[in-house]
Ligand binder design. Structure first.
Ligand code: IMP
Length: 407
């Protein structure tokens, strides 16, 4: 019987979703992205080789897995072209296995320019990939969509209107450079092969697979606390990163999903600006950053680090109807004498911590729960009971094999 699974991040992104999606993909027919764009950075390590995917679903490295980019994704053709070519150079083929929704809104170079000039004033600390401005245009009903590449007249009309509008914003509000409409059109046409090869009615494709009883995996990008509605607004991304985004972003109903795997690091990180109540500014914070190699996979920016916030995690479990929790990067905590977790906030919204003795021994690569040190087991068990959700996967390193599956 098929099982449709959703994998999503329960913090501010960078929870290690790429590795888990990749690990779960081997028994799956297709992996679908449903929101975000090339602001995401999903790191996968296979055969000691590290690959970072920004747009391609993380199942891409399994040759028999179909890849889907749903309508909820905002698509930079340039970024997609670069990523596909990079993967093809590594021997990955997308022939007959990439399906991109015609309804994806495109990210134009002018979106990226607006994002960058605007973030200088608004200081959200965006990834500068044009994500916010592209979603704005989608909601304002003026986006150029992937399917428009199939009709040169419509494309020309829509690009002219939109780039004219962007030019007004860029020059009048920010004193920035204009974009030449012809050049934008020329660039889009250069990538028309992506439309010719991969354009698709994603809902139809998923429907057909479901009739064949195939299992499908939906891959979230970013994390629940960056959700436009439920995150730490306004320090959020511009899409619904939470479970509801699957329905709007691919065209399946909520009951289509059987299993929802929420991912959390064993501690917490955040890139960009915005509240982070358990953030550490002491040597523990630097140690988390060093041991966890905490630099953004997309922008290379250092990530802010802190202890795990169980209050926020419990909410995220409810918000997403998480059925299984996956705890990543447990091994990063191996060298800590004591480990804190936030279990409540006081009246000033400051975190109240509970301390756990560290285990001070190596867990990297352990793949059986029983082999974990007792203090690591107690830490995991406490998290499980606090958030009222079972932990079914613990990740102890970046490779596929460095994973504990708990049945
Ligand atoms: P945007 O998505 O580029 O508009 O950025 C908005 C906020 O989301 C910024 O704080 C970014 O650092 C954060 N963000 C966007 N994508 C990711 C991601 O994949 N991982 C972590 N943070 C992200």
């Amino acid at each position: 019987m098929s099982i449709n699974t959703l994998v999503l991040g329960l913090q501010w992104g960078d929870e290690g979703k790429g590795k888990i999606v990749d690990a779960l993909s081997k028994d799956i027919h297709a992996v679908c992205r449903f929101q975000g764009g090339h602001n995401a950075g999903h790191t996968i390590k296979v055969n000691n080789q590290q690959t970072v995917l920004h747009l391609c679903p993380s199942g891409a490295l399994h040759p028999n897995v179909q890849c889907v980019i749903g309508n909820g994704v905002v698509l930079s053709l340039e970024a997609l072209d670069k990523e596909l070519k990079g993967l093809e150079d590594l021997g990955v083929s997308f022939k007959n296995r990439m399906h991109i929704s015609n309804a994806c809104s495109l990210i134009l170079p002018s979106h990226i320019a607006i994002d960058k000039v605007r973030d200088k004033e608004e200081s959200i600390g965006t990834t500068g990939r044009g994500i916010g401005p592209a979603y704005e245009d989608k909601v304002a009903r003026r986006a150029v969509r992937f399917g428009d590449l199939g009709n040169i007249d419509i494309l020309k009309d829509k690009v002219t209107t939109l780039v004219n509008y962007h030019n007004k914003i860029l020059t009048n509000l920010y004193g920035a450079e204009n974009f030449a409409i012809d050049e934008v059109l020329e660039t889009l046409n250069k990538y028309k092969y992506l439309y010719d090869n991969y354009s698709s009615d994603v809902q139809d494709v998923i429907y057909a697979w479901s009739k064949e009883d195939k299992s499908i995996l939906f891959e979230g990008a970013q994390g629940s606390l960056l959700d436009i509605d439920h995150g730490t607004y306004p320090y959020v991304t511009s899409s619904n990163t939470t479970a509801g985004g699957v329905s709007t972003g691919t065209g399946v109903g909520p009951k289509f999903i059987d299993k929802i795997v929420g991912i959390s690091k064993a501690y917490a990180t955040r890139v960009g600006e915005g509240p982070f109540l358990t953030e550490l500014f002491d040597e523990n914070g630097s140690m988390l950053a060093d041991r966890g190699h905490e630099f953004g996979a997309t922008t290379g920016r250092p990530r802010r680090c802190g202890w795990l916030d169980l209050v926020a995690l419990k909410k995220a479990v409810f918000l997403n109807s998480v059925t299984d929790l996956c705890l990543t990067k447990l091994d990063v905590l191996d060298a800590f004498k004591s480990i804190d977790v936030c279990t409540a906030y006081d009246e000033d919204d400051l975190p109240i911590f509970k301390s756990f003795p560290g285990w001070m021994s190596e867990t990297e690569g352990i793949s059986e729960f029983d082999q974990l040190p007792e203090n690591a087991k107690s830490y995991i068990k406490f998290i499980e009971s606090f958030i009222e959700c079972s932990i079914s996967i613990v990740s102890t390193g970046p490779s596929r094999e460095q994973t504990i599956y708990i049945s």
